[in-house]
Design a binder for this molecule. Structure first.
Ligand SMILES: C[S@@+](CC[C@H](N)C(=O)[O-])C[C@H]1O[C@@H](n2cnc3c(N)ncnc32)[C@H](O)[C@@H]1O
Length: 207
């Protein structure tokens, strides 16, 4: 197991960027760290699609942000949503996430949006080529996040959703599937796994 997040991110970055999104146990270079499959799926989508803009719900210390930054040479604009100031711990997380941007010399536009995604995302006027959804694990909030991000994804862009099988009832997989079915005229499922705990899903906006 790796000692810290930087080692994990480096290990994900060392993987073949042309690898398909489909995940295999052998791809996992560590035993138990935050959101490994989510980060690997994000890395592969970003490496393949080269997004110019990225919206992230659920930033914490910027682990997934760092993976996207490392894979996206064309990235110009990033919007980050989380509870960044609700307490000292969250402020500390925000500082670590900010350091991920600084240490990589990211010179593009960065917007930090503080508060619940259910309230903040509907206020966003820009669209994004890539969206990461890794905020609340509550069914209703994840469903709201997906509905709120859809009109903010560019056609051809992707939504990556973490934690589909985090809980035994696979509640976020149900949310993901219901969303994909309801909006089948706009999105297609590029990849979905509940086998590789805690699961991850990737949607592409087609229309
Ligand atoms: C698992 S962490 C994100 C980890 C990060 N994506 C990574 O892979 O490194 C989940 C984050 O979602 C945030 N969060 C939870 N509910 C939220 C909500 N309703 N709106 C915005 N952020 C939320 C939490 O504060 C926490 O920082």
């Amino acid at each position: 197991m790796f000692a810290d997040m930087a080692d994990e991110i480096a290990a994900i970055g060392a993987q073949d960027p042309r690898a398909p999104i489909h995940l295999h146990r052998a791809d996992l270079p560590f035993k138990k760290l935050d959101s490994p499959w989510y980060r690997i799926a994000l890395r592969r989508v970003a490496a393949a699609a080269q997004p110019r803009s990225y919206l992230e719900i659920g930033v914490k210390e910027g682990g997934s942000l760092a993976v996207v930054l490392d894979a996206s040479a064309a990235l110009e604009r990033i919007t980050l949503c989380d509870f960044f100031t609700v307490n000292e711990k969250k402020r500390g997380h925000r500082d670590v996430a900010a350091a991920q941007l600084t240490s990589r010399g990211f010179a593009g536009q960065v917007t930090w949006i503080d508060g619940s995604s259910t309230v903040t995302v509907p206020t966003i006027i820009e669209s994004f080529d890539l969206v990461g959804v890794d905020g609340s694990h509550r069914r209703a909030i994840c469903a709201a996040d997906l509905r709120n991000v859809l009109p903010r994804v560019t056609v051809g862009g992707h939504i990556v959703v973490d934690d589909l099988s985090l809980y035994e009832d696979h509640r976020l997989a149900q949310v993901f599937d219901e969303f994909a079915a309801e909006f089948a005229d706009q999105v297609s499922v590029v990849y979905r796994t509940t086998e590789a705990w805690p699961g991850v899903g990737v949607l592409r906006r087609n229309a």
